[in-house]
Design a protein around this ligand. Structure first.
Ligand code: NAP
Length: 509
């Protein structure tokens, strides 16, 4: 079997700190880049951003599979304080989003603060120094405040299929796309029918000889029509940014209204289910195939997908949908439970990400020296998704319970960025060296939001990656994004233990 490449983990060097910024931001995706830009805007200049890769971009650098695009409209899938008048389509493609993030680094003055190729290996709080000792692949960094912006969707999940290691063809995950591998004329399997897979399938179907799509659960798919943004429209946005801002606000509200069936009235989903069923009926005339493609759970329980090209691609003469479970992988084939064997050259996994133990949990320790993944034990929790009890001066962007099923997650990231900025501001003004969320505040917060999930669509019976094995929803925020913004509008110092800086030790800004 062609090996699934995992990047080699660098070992800590054990050297003395090479840099000692006041604030260290980890990760240069939307969260880290957005945080850095806002910090500069507020006059906080003593910070570094470390990024393990040799380029910024986060998930939009990593995911390069054909057809990779955002299913949230470009108008709202950008930072509100760095609008982009140049989007070429209604739904931004991966390369454009990546270009957008790269362009911000120089335009907004982040470059001097950026350290590429620095992987965070281990972060420990030192009570003695009142700082984080951060081991990176390029040496140690000491920082008073640590902001983790690593994102949850970074570690590809590959199912443990019997015999997979015997497979002699090529194997890769959508998030580790092998651009050098030519699929033309090959017999290809795509396993999984989630957001990534349904974007890949229509792109590769015309070039492969035979395409077998292995579906475990039929997803709900809404029609999605994209459009080109013409030069005249871009000129309007360049000249009158308020027009783009107004359209963005409108689009945001439209998406937000889409959220109510998720968290207020799951029973209103049948209306949307009718739209999706009509889309399926219109695009798939064969009743047998249509039955296989019809979801058997309440819409919204898993992520609702959008595509007008996926169903047609499945019906091309060289494509097929396989719903029998995979029994075994052999040297050159996959065998399903019904005994059918399909000869294959390449297997592509569109099987999602390991998210239960958030990637940050493996490398950040609490004040007792325990890794957060051990503390959390499969049930990550934080205060407002942004602070973790037992971790002084740690802020997590896109931490537990911050994801969304209905609107742009950039809105959530921006709420968190404002909250962290207010924390930094208050720490400076009140001359606080350390803030640490109180365990009881974190526990009460999580009890409250977990109770809110009870009436939402996410607990209507499906199994999604939003929840852990105990059925606890970890990946999502249970209410409107407006409420999240309101709850994070000010850094609520009362929920934190705070320690003043000694008079001899000025708090850097
Ligand atoms: P995903 O939504 O988790 O989908 C994984 C797919 O693999 C599902 O169909 C799942 O089936 C299937 N699967 C998992 N394990 C399997 C196994 N052992 N055997 C057979 N099938 C298996 O993953 P994804 O498509 O990579 O997307 C992950 C998330 O990334 C999305 O939910 C979204 O948040 C984000 N994303 C966003 C965009 C965008 O446009 N904004 C695009 C791509 C991804 P089951 O349903 O039965 O589990």
């Amino acid at each position: 079997m062609a090996a699934i490449e995992t990047p080699e983990r660098a070992e800590p060097t054990g050297e003395a700190p090479v840099e000692s910024p006041d604030v260290l931001i980890v990760g240069a995706g939307f969260a880290g880049v957005g945080m850095a830009i806002r910090m500069l805007g507020e006059g906080f200049t003593d910070f570094l951003v470390i990024e393990r890769a040799d380029e910024v971009g986060g998930t939009w650098r990593e995911n390069t599979y054909p057809g990779c695009a955002c299913d949230i409209p470009s108008r709202v899938y950008s930072l509100s304080f760095a609008q982009n008048p140049e989007w070429s389509t209604g739904y931004p493609r991966q390369e454009e989003i990546w270009d957008y993030l790269r362009s911000l680094i120089d335009e907004r003055g982040v470059r001097p603060h950026l350290r590429l190729g620095h992987e965070l290996l281990d972060a420990r709080w030192s009570e003695e120094s009142g700082r984080w000792a951060v081991e990176t692949s390029r040496g140690e960094i000491s920082a008073r405040v640590l902001i983790a912006g690593m994102g949850p969707l970074t570690d590809p999940a590959i199912p443990d299929l019997p015999g997979l290691d015997r497979f002699e063809g090529a194997v890769f995950h959508t998030a580790e796309w092998d651009a050098d591998h030519d699929l033309s004329g090959e017999r290809v399997a795509v396993i999984g029918t989630g957001a990534s897979a349904i974007q890949v399938v229509p792109e590769i179907q015309p070039v492969v000889e035979r395409l077998s799509v292995f579906q475990r659960t039929a997803p709900w798919i809404m029609p999605r029509v994209d459009r080109e943004v013409g030069e005249a429209e871009k000129r309007v946005y360049r000249t009158f940014p308020f027009v783009q801002r107004a359209l963005r606000a409108l689009h945001y509200l439209l998406l937000e209204s889409r959220g109510f069936p998720f968290f207020i009235a799951p029973k209103s989903f049948p209306l949307f289910e009718r739209i999706a069923r009509r889309h399926l009926a219109r695009q798939v005339p064969d009743p047998e195939l249509r039955a296989k493609l019809t979801p058997d759970y309440t819409m919204g329980c898993k992520r609702v997908l959008g595509s007008s090209t996926y169903y047609p691609a499945l019906q091309e003469p060289n494509a097929e949908l396989v719903t029998d479970p995979i029994a075994e992988v052999r040297e050159r084939s996959i065998v399903t439970a019904d005994g059918a064997e399909r000869a294959l050259d390449t297997i592509i996994f569109g099987t999602g990400f390991e998210i239960v133990d958030l990637p940050l949990g493996r490398v950040i320790r609490d004040r007792e020296g325990r890794r957060l993944s051990d503390v959390w034990d499969g049930a990550p929790e934080a205060y407002k998704g942004t602070a973790v009890a037992g971790c002084p001066n740690l802020f997590t962007l896109l931490g537990p319970n911050v994801g969304l099923g209905h609107n742009s997650v950039i809105h959530m990231i921006e709420s968190q960025i404002s909250y962290v900025l207010d924390a930094l501001r208050q720490m400076r003004e009140r001359r606080l060296a350390v803030v640490e969320v109180r365990p009881e505040a974190q526990a009460a917060y999580n009890e409250r939001i977990q109770a809110e999930f009870e009436d939402t669509v996410w607990l209507t019976g499906c199994r999604s990656w939003y929840m852990n094995e105990d059925g606890r929803v970890l990946a999502l925020w249970p209410a409107s994004t407006l409420r999240f913004r309101a709850e994070l509008a000010r850094f609520d110092l009362a929920a934190y233990e705070a320690r003043a800086a000694s008079p001899r030790e000025p708090v850097a800004a």
